[in-house]
Design a protein. Structure first.
Length: 264
């Protein structure tokens, strides 16, 4: 018998909807509960203890809903809290991390620009990742960029990115790694301003694949029946829930672009 319970997915805001979209594509029969902690966003500028406190509250909420697994669709929350959550709870907990390994594997002598929140870049988890796959990688902190995505201010985000990339010769850059789930919604913007030779990578597909592998290995995968997504937020539901539905549609469009980009 398949496990019919919900899968919990959470993020500091709405960015993790891009991760959720990949999960619904790979696991179309599953029932997902997405929680966006928009009242406390952004996590990337908070202290480690603050983020841990928010994540513990979200986990209590998820457990009250009897979820069968939890996916952390936030790079900062994964770096801060994933190990602690796995030690504390007896259920699958899947995190996300910047796609530095695949970027390293496709690098051919150029640089890799890693866009992320300041906290993600400071934490030990990212530093270990850099130690393994960081040859040619340039961490590029992006304070304020996540907030632009939360506001769907994509033209302003475009100007922000042009300014951030201005010190670099993009003809010598092999890849840009999106180290915050919010940044996935900037793929169309990045396609406008980056040369065709620069690959743009994120951790969404790898996270979705890992979740599916874990559920399958434990006999917990739901392989029949209609899938569903329920959105919840710590913020104003009248404002945030319509935004979440808009971004879910946008995420599915962006996935199609990302898949075609990966085959170039």
């Amino acid at each position: 018998m398949a496990d019919e319970r919900l899968i919990g997915v959470f993020d500091s805001g709405v960015g993790g909807i891009g991760t959720l979209a990949e999960m619904t594509r790979l696991m179309p029969h599953e029932r997902f509960l997405f929680y966006g902690d928009t009242a406390h966003a952004p996590y990337g500028t908070k202290s480690r203890d603050e983020v841990l406190g928010y994540v513990r509250e979200i986990m209590a909420h998820m457990l009250a809903r009897d979820v069968k697994a939890v996916a952390i669709a936030c790079n900062t929350a994964t770096s801060v809290a994933a190990a602690e959550l796995r030690a504390a709870y007896d259920l699958p907990i899947i995190g996300i991390e910047p796609a530095l390994k695949p970027a390293h594997e496709m690098r051919h002598g150029g640089s890799i620009l890693v866009l992320a929140t300041p906290m993600t870049l400071r934490l030990d988890k990212f530093q270990r990742l850099m130690g393994q796959y960081g040859e040619g990688a340039v961490p590029l902190p992006c304070p304020g960029l996540m907030e632009l995505v939360e506001r769907e201010a994509f033209e302003q985000a475009k100007r922000y990115l042009i300014e951030h990339f201005s010190p670099y010769d993009m003809s010598r850059v092999d890849a840009v790694v999106l180290g915050c789930t919010h940044y996935v919604f900037l793929r169309p913007v990045l396609a406008e301003i980056l040369p065709d030779t620069v690959r743009v990578l994120d951790g969404n597909l790898g996270t979705a694949r890992q979740l599916r592998r874990v559920l399958e290995s434990r006999g917990m995968l739901r392989e029949a029946g209609e899938g569903s997504v329920t959105f919840e937020t710590s913020g104003d539901p009248e404002t945030v829930l319509p935004q979440m539905n808009r971004l879910m549609r946008r995420a599915r469009e962006i996935m199609e672009y990302a898949e075609s980009n990966m085959t170039k």
